[in-house]
Design a protein around this ligand. Sequence first.
Ligand SMILES: Nc1ncnc2c1ncn2[C@@H]1O[C@H](COP(=O)(O)OP(=O)(O)OP(=O)(O)O)[C@@H](O)[C@H]1O
Ligand SMILES: [Mg+2]
Length: 270
Amino acid sequence: MLNFMKGSIFSRRQSEAVPREPEQEVKVLAIWGSPGSGKTTVSVRLAKYLADHKYNVALLLCDMTAPMLPCICPPAELECERSLGSILAATHITDILVKQNCITHKKIDHLTMIGMLKGENVFTYPPYTQELASELIDHLRDIAPYVVIDCGSAIANDILSAVSLLEADTVLRLVNCDLKSISYLSSQLPLLKDQKWDADKQYKVASNVKFNQAGEHIEQVLGSVAFKIPHSDELENLALAGNLLGELALKDSRGFRAEIAKIAKEVFGV
Ligand SMILES: Nc1ncnc2c1ncn2[C@@H]1O[C@H](COP(=O)(O)OP(=O)(O)OP(=O)(O)O)[C@@H](O)[C@H]1O
Ligand SMILES: [Mg+2]
């Protein structure tokens, strides 16, 4: 599997990359990092932040091993059940195909989501190519002014996440304040470096930072980071209840909400 991937995505020639216009504004943000670091949580809450502020946002959930839609809100709050798999099963991607397979939320008007449904896995649909994944990202740019992509950690065997990472305008690279998380990133980053991945387009983020990890300790372990997203018990409870899009009202979540607002301002300028 790894070799197969090395022969495809991770061997793309640099000359094929289309240079981005320097003045182009950030539209596509990929959120990536070590396993369990909070990628899905941060993606969902950033998308919700934009939607709550009346900006249209598309949230792409790449996880095909554990479809995330069932964890985001109660099924009754979704308009319909459509799947990312139906998009990736096509020979070519069109705006209409993408729009037909977007899932909207009954109460959050400005949010549209694309992901795998409960019970589906990577074998539910035919295999897709790197080119098709790339077409999807391109079409998402037309669907919404802001696109947030929740990538899987394991880029070596997840085409959509790998392509998202390479093609996003900006990347948040999440890491927890522990050695396992750091070790994971050190093993994956060489894959991206081989791709001449533009390391300048990423922000290092310390995620789910617990009270006892705050302060200098983080910088000692992780080096300098652009953002520190604090842990929130209330958010953890929302996640346990399968309602990551729920409202955060308690004082304990203030730090988390403030950091999400800070990221939205820095990355999207909103
Ligand atoms: N800021 C936070 N406050 C409280 N809990 C958090 C926070 N960030 C993440 N978590 C919790 O950590 C766990 C992992 O989070 P999440 O599923 O978002 O990580 P992930 O990086 O998407 O994981 P995976 O690699 O499995 O896709 C979840 O239980 C989530 O509720
Ligand atoms: Mg996840």
